[in-house]
Write a protein that binds this ligand. Structure first.
Ligand code: ADP
Ligand code: ADP
Length: 226
């Protein structure tokens, strides 16, 4: 786990108006930070710069006390949880969670312990032999998070993970994510345009508009004081 510090971050695509215009946000170790704002305000761009999928035009991006501007995504030790969860349909839950450890050539006995510990934390012990196609949406989300946990990532990053789900499942998943994040105490940055998600999940909410940070406050300060 680590704090994420964005210091005067700017992103320009070509000659256009900056998509992200001098944004500074400190995400504390273990904090759940929400990024909200209308479509096109720069949320995804900012998230992608944290992960390393987008070059930073200027400013400093810090993870813990490391400046990561020039680090490749795989060297940043972050876990991005995508909308579609990006699970491998032909692999079991066990192998999906184990996947990053296999890539890293972690020895079998150590790998087995890490996978089983993660599965236990996420209450997936009984589903290790199943394939993603036979799981509920909530279970699939937990497998995706399991893959992030085994790598002992410093932070979770979510880009509108619930926007394709129906209202009922979205509500369940919201509860699930909140519970897991608190249990794991892992630093989280979460992009959404859903006010309910911002209110129920966020320790703090950063409101973006046209690439600028407009407000940074607790959900209570933002939504309960007119
Ligand atoms: P949001 O996630 O809040 O919807 P984005 O970060 O996707 O916003 O986009 C912010 C702005 O940057 C928008 O004006 C968008 O059109 C522009 N933009 C995003 N990605 C690119 C790109 N690859 N090339 C050029 N402009 C882009
Ligand atoms: P979102 O707003 O949900 O982030 P978009 O549909 O705006 O997604 O963008 C989808 C993809 O297209 C992203 O990879 C983004 O970087 C890219 N993109 C967005 N706007 C532009 C643009 N003006 N020029 C080129 N690529 C863009």
């Amino acid at each position: 786990m680590a704090a994420i510090t964005m210091n005067h971050i700017v992103k320009k695509y070509g000659d256009g108006f900056p998509a992200v215009n001098d944004i500074s946000i400190d995400v504390a170790d273990g904090e759940f930070m929400i990024l909200v704002g209308p479509s096109g305000c720069g949320k995804s761009t900012l998230l992608r710069m944290i992960v390393g999928l987008e070059d930073i035009t200027s400013g400093d991006m810090m993870i813990g006390d490391r400046r990561v501007n020039d680090l490749a995504p795989r060297d940043r030790n972050l876990a991005m949880v995508f909308q579609n969860y990006a699970l491998y349909p032909h692999l079991t839950v066990y192998e999906n969670i184990a996947f990053p450890l296999r890539l890293a050539k972690v020895p079998d006995d150590e790998l087995d312990k890490l996978v089983r510990d993660a599965a236990s934390t996420l209450e997936l012990d009984e589903h290790l032999d199943r394939k993603p196609g036979n799981l509920s949406g909530g279970q699939r989300q937990r497998v995706a998070m399991g893959r992030a946990i085994v790598r002992q990532s410093d932070a979770f990053l979510f880009d509108e993970p619930l926007s394709n789900l129906d209202a009922k499942l979205r509500g369940q998943m919201r509860t699930e994510i909140a519970r897991l994040q608190k249990r794991l105490g892992i630093t989280t940055v979460y992009v959404t345009h859903d006010q309910t998600e911002a209110m129920t999940l966020g320790d703090r909410v950063a409101v973006l508009k046209r690439g600028v940070l407009q407000q940074l406050a607790t959900p209570r300060e933002l939504y309960e004081n007119p």
